[in-house]
Write a protein that binds this ligand. Sequence first.
Ligand SMILES: Cc1c2[nH]c(c1CCC(=O)O)Cc1[nH]c(c(CCC(=O)O)c1C)Cc1[nH]c(c(CCC(=O)O)c1C)Cc1[nH]c(c(C)c1CCC(=O)O)C2
Length: 356
Amino acid sequence: MSALKNDTFLRALLRQPTEYTPLWLMRQAGRYLPEYNATRARAGDFLTLCKTPDLATEVTLQPLARYPLDAAILFSDILTVPDAMGLGLYFSQGEGPRFERPLRDEWEIRDLSAPDPTDHLGYVMDAVRSIRRALDGAVPLIGFSGSPYTLACYMIEGGSSDDYRHIKTMLYRRPDLLHRVLEVNTRAVTDYLNAQIEAGAQAVMIFDSWGGSLTPHGYREFSLDYMERIVSGLIKEREGRRIPSIIFTKGGGNWLEAMAGAGADAVGLDWTLDIGEARRRVGDRVALQGNLDPCALHGTPESIRAEAERIVDAYGNHPGHVFNLGHGISQFTDPANVAVLVDAVHSRSRAIRAGA
Ligand SMILES: Cc1c2[nH]c(c1CCC(=O)O)Cc1[nH]c(c(CCC(=O)O)c1C)Cc1[nH]c(c(CCC(=O)O)c1C)Cc1[nH]c(c(C)c1CCC(=O)O)C2
C-alpha cells in the first residue's frame, strides 16, 4: 500500500492540527453527477452498481476527479446488511428501498442471524480493496454501516416510513423482540465494519438516520447503547494508524453530550444546531463533522460561500472539525455549486489558521 498523501481528514478526526478544514460530502457519489447517472445506466440499476466492485470503484472516484475532496467513501448502501440476512432488498422506481420479507413475526426474529461478512458481503470487501488500489494513497477511504436501530427500522417497516408505526408498536408492546433484532444487528454491524477495516477502510462511520425519531430515553436504550457497543468492538489500528470512528444521528442534537460519550472519535451533526455551540458543549471530547444544510447548495455562489464561512468561523480555530453536509447531497444540486463550497471551506479555514 502506498503512503497516504493527504491525511488531513484522519488528523482532524483525531483532533490533531491541520493546515485547513478537510471536507467530504455525504452521498458525494450520486445522482447530481451526470457521470454517476451514466455508470448507473450501464449497470442497469443501483443494486448491481453496489454489487459490482469495478463499477463501485468507478463511481467512488468520480467526485474526487471533479473536486479536491479530502476523503473517499465506499460506494454501497446501509441496506446491504439486511439483504445479506435474507430479507430480499429491492429498489422500486420512485419508492426507495423495499424488502420482500420484512420482519414481523416472532419466529422470523428468532431465526435471524448475523451474516458472515466475508461470505455474504464479499462484494463489499472486494470493492474496498479495489478502491484502495485505485486511490493509491491520494486520500483516505471511509467505510460505513447503518446503526442497529436504523437498520431495524427498514427491516421491520419493510421500507421507508413516515411514522415508524410497525417498529414503534414492537418497541412498546414487545421490547424484548426489538432488543433481539438489535442484538443481531449489533453483531452484524461490528463484524461488517471490522471486515471493511481489514479490507482497507481507514475510518468508519455509523449512519443512524432514524434514531432522532425516538424519545430521549428510547434513544439511549434502543440506539445509542448499541452504537456504543459497536464502537468498543471495532479494530482500533491498522497499517500503523488509528482507525477513527464517527457516529451520526440525524435529529440527535438534543443528545449531543450523550453521543459524545459513546466512545467514537467524532460525532456527525445535522444542520439544526450551531456548530460553535455544539463545540462548546462537547469541548475537546470528540471531533465534530458537519453541518451545512444540503439545501444551501441550491443557493447562489455568494450565499453558498457565506453559509460555508459561517460554519467554519463558528467552529473557530480549534482542531477537530471535518466539514460536511448535515445530510446527503440532493440529486438536484448543480455540480458547479459543489466546487464553490469546496473552495470556500478550504480557503476560509486556511485564512483562519494563518490568523487572517
Ligand atoms: C437511510 C440510508 C440509506 N442509505 C444510506 C442511508 C444513511 C444515510 C441517510 O440517512 O441518507 C447510506 C448511503 N447510501 C449511499 C451511500 C454511498 C456513499 C456516499 O457517497 O455517501 C451511503 C453512505 C448510496 C445511495 N443509496 C441510494 C442512492 C440513490 C440510488 C440511485 O442511484 O437511484 C445512492 C447514491 C438509495 C437509497 N438508500 C437508502 C435510501 C432511503 C435510498 C433512496 C433514497 C434516495 O434515492 O436518495 C437507504
